[in-house]
Design a protein around this ligand. Structure first.
Ligand SMILES: [Zn+2]
Ligand SMILES: [Zn+2]
Length: 251
């Protein structure tokens, strides 16, 4: 499996960066984990919209704003005969008002599916599973695992450290944990809040015994070396997400 970073910042995109989005793909599957603001600029609509399955971890704008670009492109490119199959969109049901607004979008060539804790989907030889992880009170957030041929990737969505054990358990022994780390220790947030520090992401990676940790969801203009340093103080095999970075997991 290949993983391409399409977005690594929050709450807004700027210059050559975008809000969270990761493409996971091989010859048989074409998945997108989140589609944050500006991230579609790093996606080839003409070439890669066919057979696309989009998974949204939670309905905060920094994770789904570009969904409308994919939906409208599916509508237009289907009308032009460029894509044959509907794109498949997977969303959490809550907040219900946002969910219903999305699935009512007429100018799209898409099917909408609801995701929930414990759900399992098989696509292109990969098994995709979901685990509800607490983030903020206004949304339902689901971590996403992609497992294929004994290799696995886990994407955290946004995380409160209160659910650290649940996330570590879900990510146990995976090859790659893509984990949000919005904060640094110096920001002085309470240890349990709506996001993780890079240090906390490192602790979860260590507890889960993952092969590699990819940090993401950075504050724009913050020095990325600080995130890396903080996580590496507890988990050495840490990388920093950057738009257009491509990683390989398994065969
Ligand atoms: Zn969020
Ligand atoms: Zn976010």
């Amino acid at each position: 499996m290949l993983i391409k970073v399409l977005g690594s910042l929050s709450p807004y995109s700027h210059y050559d960066s975008a809000c969270p989005s990761y493409r996971v793909y091989d010859d048989e599957m074409n998945l997108l984990l989140d589609c944050g603001s500006g991230s579609h600029r790093f996606f080839d609509m003409q070439k890669d919209l066919n057979n696309l399955h989009i998974f949204v971890s939670h309905l905060h704008h920094d994770h789904y704003n570009d969904l409308y670009n994919y939906l409208y492109s599916s509508f237009a490119l289907h009308n032009l005969g460029i894509i044959k199959d509907k794109i498949q969109v997977y969303l959490p049901r809550y907040p219900y008002e946002i969910y219903t607004n999305i699935i009512r979008e007429h100018n799209s060539y898409a099917d909408f599916n609801t995701i929930y804790d414990g759900m399992k989907v098989v696509i292109g030889g990969a098994t995709i599973t979901f685990c509800e992880i607490q983030h903020s009170k206004d949304v339902q957030n689901l971590a996403i695992k992609v497992n294929k041929c004994d290799s696995s990737i886990v994407y955290s969505g946004d995380v409160s450290y209160i659910d650290k054990d649940k996330l570590a358990n879900f990510a146990k022994n995976c090859d790659l944990l893509i984990c949000e780390s919005s904060l640094l220790k110096k920001h002085n947030f309470p240890s349990i809040c709506n996001h993780l520090t890079a240090y906390q992401a490192g602790c979860i990676a260590k507890e889960a015994n993952v092969q590699k940790l990819l940090l993401t969801h950075f504050w724009p203009d913050e020095n990325l070396n600080e995130y890396e340093k903080e996580a590496k103080s507890v988990f050495e095999n840490t990388l920093i997400a950057k738009e257009n970075l491509i990683l390989e997991v398994g065969e």
